[in-house]
Every structure is written in C-alpha cells, then in structure tokens.
Design a protein around this ligand. Structure first.
Ligand code: BTN
Length: 261
C-alpha cells in the first residue's frame, strides 16, 4: 500500500491556500492537538497537519478515534474565519459538505450525513469531523477542523466492526489517498468562500440534501438525558429540529441514534 508523503501531496495539490503549508508526520499523538499548538503560535489559516498514525486520536465527546497506520486519512486544518461565537458551530456544515464533495468526486458515490457531522456510506460511518473553536472577545480566533476518513482499512476491532466501514470496503477497491486528500483540499478552498462571506444557506441546503434522517424517529443522547422525536430539519444556526410529544425542540449538541421503524 502506498504511503503518503509531503512531497507527493504537495505535487498533486491544485489549491492556492489549503494545504500549501503542510506539516506531515509518520506518527503523532493527534493532528488536532498539533494544529491547536500551531494556531496558538500564529500559524496562518489553510495550514494542514497530516499523519499516517495517531497514538491519541480524538473523537467527539472525548472519545478516542482509532485508525490503522498507513490506510486512512487523518488531518486537521487551521481556519481563521471572520465569524462570531453564535455562527461558529456552522463551520461543522462547511467541513461536512467539503469532505463529502471531495469524497464523492473521487469515489463517484453519494455520501449521507448523520447530524451533526458523521459521514455515512451505505448507512455506516466512514468519516468523522471534530471541530474545535477558540474564541476571542466573542469572535472566532481560530478553528481546527479535524477529519478522519476510513479509506483503505478493511478490518475494524470490537464494536467498531458493527458501526464503521471504509471507502474500500464499500467500493470493493482501494482508493488513492493522495488524490482523495487533494480533492478535499480543493472542495474546502471553494466552500470556504461562503464561510468568509458568512453565507451559509447554500452549504446548509446541500447538507440537508445528503441527510437521510429527516422524517424518521430519532433519539438524541445529551449527557444523562435522552430526547426522542421526529427529525424534521435544521434551523438557520444548524440546530436539529425535533417534533416531540411536548412540541418542537431544537438540539445543538448530542449523539443521534435512529430508532427502528
Ligand atoms: C468523531 O466522529 O468523533 C470525530 C472524529 C475526528 C477524528 C479526526 S482524525 C484527525 C483529527 N485529529 C484528531 O485527533 N481527531 C480528528
């Protein structure tokens, strides 16, 4: 299996900003942790940290993200968007749309979303996004978009074997990771125009079109509470609107599970 390298990625990139400044590691604790340190030191937006292996990969809600070495895509992008605290959460939709567009171009298959930022392929998770924002005076100082994509890994341990899949497993062929990475950098650079202008309507519409959960009964777990209702759409801030027996509820964080029909 071909390993990633800084040289081959940079040769294939067609972007002018995203990925032009690139830190590549064979192994690191977490690309998000590294990108955060770089951002705090003033590293410009568009900078990307890529690795073949993470010893302490981070998922949402403090969970670990594990991925075998040399088979997947694990990277974090530094952004400095002109957004206020209230719009910061919308970056999640920018990231999810960019990653889906990049994958779809290379794999010629449609991706699905599970709110807020899981990418599914044939109903199973193939990619997760961890967005970490740092605020300064009510505005975003920097944001780290961490992306993990199961690309060519064909075996998953324990519980993951039920829930996770990879592009290779679903397509029945390996995927060129350099091509996939550069495709995502291109789609991010294009979509970032909407973030800069604060225009999220088209990104949210595109996210809605890939979401297969609307019209279905779901349960959202938030710490110790559970809310069940029919998922009916997103509001303008990216919150999930649920129709519950007690009326409409909008949820901004949590883990979703689809109830059996
Ligand atoms: C999730 O679905 O829980 C989000 C997973 C995000 C994982 C990626 S892998 C690259 C980047 N570095 C990390 O430590 N986490 C993100």
């Amino acid at each position: 299996m071909t390993r990633l390298s800084k040289e081959s990625i940079q040769q294939a990139l067609t972007t002018s900003l995203f990925g032009r400044k690139l830190f590549f590691f064979e192994s690191i604790d977490s690309t998000n942790a590294c990108a955060k340190t770089l951002a705090q030191a003033g590293t410009p937006e568009g900078t990307v940290v890529v690795t073949e292996f993470q010893s302490h990969g981070r998922g949402r809600h403090g969970r670990p993200w594990s991925a075998r070495s040399g088979e997947n895509l694990l990277f974090s992008v530094i952004l400095r968007p002109p957004l206020s605290r209230t719009s910061a959460g919308l970056l999640t939709f920018f990231a999810a749309v960019s990653v889906a567009r990049g994958i779809e171009l290379v794999c010629e298959k449609l991706m699905e979303y599970k709110w807020p930022n899981d990418l599914l392929f044939n109903g199973r998770k193939t990619s997760g996004i961890l967005l970490e924002n740092s605020l300064d005076n009510g505005n975003v100082d920097y944001a780290i978009v961490g992306v993990g994509i199961n690309v060519n890994q064909r075996e998953f341990d324990g519980d993951l074997s039920r829930r996770a899949t990879s592009l290779a497993l679903e397509l029945g062929r390996s995927v060129d990771r350099t091509l996939l990475f550069t495709s995502i950098m291109t789609s991010m650079e294009l979509a970032y125009h909407d973030v800069r202008t604060g225009e999220f309507t088209a990104l949210l519409d595109e996210w809605n079109a890939r979401c297969t959960m609307f019209g279905h009964q779901v349960t959202v777990a938030q710490n110790d509470t559970r809310i069940t209702g029919k998922a009916i759409g997103l509001n303008a801030d990216g919150g999930l609107i649920l129709e519950t027996p007690a009326g409409l509820r909008t949820i901004y964080a949590g883990d979703i599970s689809l109830l059996p029909a």
